[in-house]
Design a protein around this ligand. Structure first.
Ligand code: HXC
Length: 517
């Protein structure tokens, strides 16, 4: 058959119109501002020539405000699949040049169809959010569209990884879609996210606030905790997504992309010693320890500037993908507070969904004392961490570096919380509470009655330390797998992880647990 030339010309013309989005001038303006277009973002994400668009010809269904005659290319959202790091990924990108990337019923349907396909194919979903929100002209149909997207976000939660890149406006209820996804990357350039913006806040409360105060990427990354990764611009955001996906399985029925080495290096690492302070009371920067444990260049910190007293991130150790959780004694002495507990618990639950083993590095003096913490619900928040660790059935390796006091000893994945291996350095201190606090409870009267109460308290604390400031009491009771030389921490974790990979743990069936929220 000879295909009539007009048919091909017609197809090409339609394709060009769709690719032009809101028009050449609007696309050029974005690029002038240093912003990628919606298509640029997908092109940057996917390997060259692997993107296949779905539903490019879909038309909007608006019937009011003169919409009947309006043509909206791709209905303001480009959806499709491509390859990232050799694996298929589903992606969509809202096009702000087409009626502000606003979401109408068909725009939403395209997103939902993509997500349904992602569930069937078992592919991660990456969403570039650049939208003025519900398309006003479509009224309740637009709201319904949002509902459809939220429902799919929830349906896919725990089935395939979902990553949102907030790279433009994300206002009102629209911000719930990123919040329902697993990870949110946000660009400093051009992006803001809030439920109610400055004008509404002023109208309702009378208080003047700036856009940055309520919705900037920096605020969300460091204060609200809504954002996991901060990017300067679109290009950096894409690079972060690519790196993140390199640690994740495509779906919950796969293992993460481990790259096991042929042999595990068992050489001792003496370089770790200088990082451990001589004085147990001196804070230790756990980042230095993490650097010595993980494979070079294979650590992606999550939530870097939020609740910095707890460090979380994905890493490889001798090629094995792990979710790493570590107290950071250099910040608030590493004490656990509400934000740290929320941060850790959500991360652990993600790792459990996607078969990622956990490595926990413990150096924690306890839960942060204070009226704000108690009134804010530290009990409820701290319980999330316990709940998350105890529910996690992936391999769990814990290393107690120094302090592990009280409830926080349990909350950082002790044997009782289901750790498969618990190693301790000889510097580990495991007790109900620190020496100074303990002697004040145990010997309050004796201290008060002493000629020199301060000296008496110090003497008693020293005796308490001699008894408890070692891991051998816990090891003697069988709570510790082994006490290890810090120099073999990396190889000990690596060997344990390899052995635990075949772990299968069956729990009683239930609809779902009731994690304290
Ligand atoms: C339809 C919209 C739109 C909307 C903007 N546009 N918002 N069209 N529905 N919600 C159109 C504009 O008419 C314009 O069309 C184009 O998009 C670009 O908008 P501008 O205003 O020119 O751009 P800019 O100056 O950059 O301002 C961007 C903006 C502003 C700050 C986002 O447009 C704005 O405030 N829009 C309204 C935002 C909003 O209130 N959304 C509803 C949120 S409530 P032309 O043809 O001129 O290019 C919500 C409910 C969701 O989303 C609930 C879910 C549960």
């Amino acid at each position: 058959m000879t295909l009539p030339v007009e048919l091909l010309e017609d197809l090409r013309r339609r394709q060009e119109d769709i690719r032009a989005g809101g028009g050449a001038d609007k696309l050029a303006l974005r690029r002038e501002k240093g912003l990628m277009t919606a298509r640029d973002r997908l092109e940057a994400l996917f390997q060259p020539d692997t993107f296949q668009e779905l539903g490019a010809h879909v038309r909007h269904s608006g019937r009011f405000f003169g919409m009947e005659t309006k043509v909206l290319p791709a209905d303001g959202v480009i959806t499709g699949t491509g390859y990232v790091g050799g694996r298929v990924v589903s992606g969509f990108s809202q096009d702000f040049t087409v009626v502000g990337g606003s979401l109408g019923k068909m725009h939403a349907k395209k997103i939902v169809t993509l997500m349904q396909e992602a569930a069937k194919l078992g592919t991660p979903v990456v969403a570039f959010k650049d939208s003025a929100g519900a398309r006003i002209q479509e009224g309740v149909d637009a709201l319904s569209g949002y509902g459809d997207v939220f429902y799919m976000n929830v349906l896919l939660s725990g089935v395939v990884p979902q990553v949102a890149v907030v790279c433009g406006p994300c206002a009102g209820g629209a911000s719930y879609s990123p919040a329902l996804m697993d990870f949110v990357v946000m660009t400093r350039k051009n992006a803001y996210m809030f439920i109610t913006g400055p004008e509404v806040i002023k109208a309702v409360t009378g208080k003047s606030v700036t856009l940055d105060e309520v919705g900037s990427a920096d605020m969300h990354a460091s204060v609200s905790g809504n954002v996991h990764f901060l990017a300067e611009d679109d290009a950096e955001a894409v690079a972060i997504v690519q790196k993140l996906l390199s640690f994740l399985p495509s779906n919950n029925s796969e293992d993460p992309p481990h790259r096991p080495t042929a042999d595990i290096s068992l050489a001792a690492d003496d370089g770790i010693y200088p990082l451990i302070p001589d004085d147990a009371q001196m804070p230790m920067d756990v980042r230095g320890i993490i650097d010595r444990i993980v494979d070079p260049g294979e650590f992606l910190e999550v939530h870097r500037s939020f609740a910095e007293n707890l460090i979380i991130g994905f890493a490889r150790i001798e090629g094995m993908v792990v979710g790493l959780i570590a107290n950071q004694p250099a910040v608030r002495a590493g004490a656990l507070d509400m934000d740290a507990a929320d941060k850790g618990a959500r991360f652990i639950r993600f790792c459990n969904c996607f078969n990622i083993p956990l490595v926990t590095l413990v150096d924690v003096p306890g839960f942060l004392p204070g009226i704000e913490q108690e009134r804010g619900g530290i009990i409820r928040h701290g319980a999330k961490l316990l709940f998350a660790y105890a529910s996690c059935t992936t391999p769990k390796v814990t290393v107690i570096l120094r302090k592990a006091y009280g409830g926080s000893y349990l909350a950082m994945c002790s044997q009782e919380m289901g750790a498969d291996f618990v190693f301790a350095w000889p510097t580990a201190e495991i007790a109900v509470m620190g020496a100074d606090g303990a002697v004040r409870v145990l010997y309050n009267k004796e201290i008060k009655a002493a000629a020199d109460p301060k000296a008496k308290a110090a003497e008693l604390a020293a005796a308490y330390r001699a008894e408890f400031a070692s891991p051998y009491m816990a090891a003697g009771a069988g709570y510790i797998t082994d006490v290890v030389d810090p120099a073999i921490t990396r190889s000990t974790i690596a060997l344990s992880l390899r052995k635990a990979l075949s772990k299968r743990e069956v729990r009683p069936p239930k609809k779902h647990g009731n994690i304290p929220l």
